[in-house]
Structure formats: C-alpha cells, structure tokens
Design a protein around this ligand. Structure first.
Ligand code: GUN
Length: 292
C-alpha cells in the first residue's frame, strides 16, 4: 500500500509555482493576484479562505481577502463581483461556498467573468472542461488528477466509481476521469444518494473516489484487493481530547480499508492540500493568459 501524500506533492507544486513567480519578478512582470470573497462567518470557510490567502503570500502572489457580513444582499454581492471583474489588478477570484441561504449561488457564480473564474465553476468553463478544451479545472478534481499523475497511477480502462454528484467535486470528477488521455480514459460510474446497492459498484471498482461527507462511510467489505482510494471527505467530528475540539474525518474507514488498497489518500494530508495548490496553479495560468 502506498500513501498518496497530498501534503508533500502540494508543497512541491507550490515550490514550482514560487519559482515561476520569481522568474516573473525578474522579468519585471506583474505577479499573479488572487482575490477571495467570503460572505458570513462559517468556521470551516474561514479556515479554508485563510489558508488560501496565506499560501498566496508564501509563494509570492498578491492576494486580497474580501470579507462581507452574512447580512450582505445578493445585489451587494453581485456589485462586488462586478468590481472584481473590472479590476485589472485582479487576475482571478473565487467566491467561497456555501453562501448564506438568501443568496442564489448559481446566479453569483454566473456573474463571475469566466476569464477570472479560477474555481472553474462558471457554466462556460464547466462546458469547456466537458468538451476537453483549455479552461480552469475545478481545484479539487484538478488536485486529484495531479496526485494520480505524480504517483503514476494507471487510469486507462479502469473501473472508476465516484460517490457523490456535487457540482464542485463528484460531477466534474466523473467527467474528467472519462476524458481522453492521461489521467483519464477510465470507465466511470457516478453514484449518489439514490444509487441502489452501492457496494455492488464499489466492489467491482479499480478506483473509488468518495466525495459525500459521511465519516468512515466506505468499509473494507465494500472494496476489492488492490483498489485505489481517493477520499475527498473532510467532515469535522467533535473531539474533546484535542485542543480545537474537533478532528477532520474522511469518508473512508482508513484503518479497515488501507490494508486492501494499492494507493490511498490520508485525511487530513491527502486531497485537501492539493485543492489549494491547484487554485494557485489556476491563478498562475490566469496571469500568464493575461500576459499573453
Ligand atoms: N467550498 C468548498 N470547496 C470550495 C472550492 O473549491 N471553492 C469555493 N469557492 N468554495 C468551496
């Protein structure tokens, strides 16, 4: 069993990006500038956005954090997005999800200029992804592809089961794994909460990608020997024995499943750190496109 070490690989990717940024500076070019919009005070979102901004600083990007109260109206948020679309100093930006219930998420995502949509959530970019055109690939799926690539995990012709059909992870992941070329060319089954007898699918899978947010959901008797496991789950489970009061738990029962796996991502330290690295990669691509 080999650990797919997202922490290590994400550091490598950030080092590679930092080198590119140094070269840009030496050539007297503008460095990439990422903005993140956070509406409200959701604890997990604050942590993620904080990490994104800190990573920017570490690799030499400019960053802007736009913090708005949870009373922000949809109209006010749309105005802020227009400002960021029009601001030539900003190469790319994200609106952290989830948004407060009174705001229409899809309307907000559609207001983002596709050329600055480094999350790849705009329908134009999502469509380009499906059509195998050059675009911004959503950071979490992009991170999973990169992890598979850097560990030379075979995907061609492999039975791949994705669990969860969210617009951020499951749905794009199912499309990406079925695209032509490496890492792709897989035979993909997208399963979800309405799937009947899920285990019949997972038992036959060479690769299982879980993105449902249900701690320790995938058990050893649901997979075959040699399976590749990608665990996207990051649920905060209350734990009084640690200072934070919670621990991060994946969708996979790691202790049970890992002995059967050929490759497996740990939680934390697997997919999570890759997401941030690939968001930075997309922002670098946005800057390079604006330079071109
Ligand atoms: N919420 C959870 N994951 C993500 C992500 O990748 N991007 C944004 N904007 N919000 C998220």
């Amino acid at each position: 069993m080999e650990i797919l070490d997202g922490k290590k690989i994400s550091e490598q990717i950030k080092d590679e990006i930092a080198l590119e940024v140094s070269a840009m500076k030496e050539r007297g070019e503008k460095v990439p500038h990422l903005a993140a919009v956070l509406v409200g005070n959701d604890g997990a979102s604050l942590t993620y956005v904080g990490s994104k901004v800190r990573s920017c600083e570490r690799i030499g990007f400019e960053s802007t954090l736009v913090k708005l109260p949870d009373t922000t109206t949809e109209e006010e948020l749309l105005l802020k997005i227009k400002e960021l679309n029009d601001d030539v100093a900003i190469d790319g930006f994200i609106v952290q999800l989830p948004l407060p219930k009174h705001i229409d998420e899809q309307k907000v995502l559609m207001a983002i200029d596709p050329d600055k949509d480094v999350d790849g959530f705009h329908p134009t970019n999502f469509g380009k992804m499906a059509l195998e055109l050059q675009t911004f690939i959503p950071a979490t799926p992009f991170g999973i592809l990169e992890l598979l690539k850097r560990y030379n995990v075979e995907t061609s012709g492999k039975n791949t089961v994705v669990i969860g059909r969210s617009h951020i992870v499951g749905r794009p992941m199912s499309i990406l794994m079925s695209r032509k070329g490496y890492p792709g060319d897989a035979t993909v089954t997208l399963t979800h909460s309405r799937t009947k007898d899920l285990a019949t699918f997972t038992k036959d899978a060479d690769i299982v990608i879980t993105a449902l947010g249900s701690p320790d959901f995938l058990k050893a008797d649901m997979v075959k020997d040699g399976v590749v496991i990608i665990d996207v789950g990051i649920t905060r489970v209350p734990d009084e024995t640690v200072a934070k009061g919670y621990r991060i738990t994946g969708d996979v029962d790691f202790a049970e499943v890992s002995p059967k796996a050929s490759f497996i991502t740990p939680v934390p330290g697997g997919v999570g750190p890759m997401t941030i690295a690939m968001l930075l990669k997309n922002t670098l691509l946005a800057r390079e496109r604006h330079n071109a």
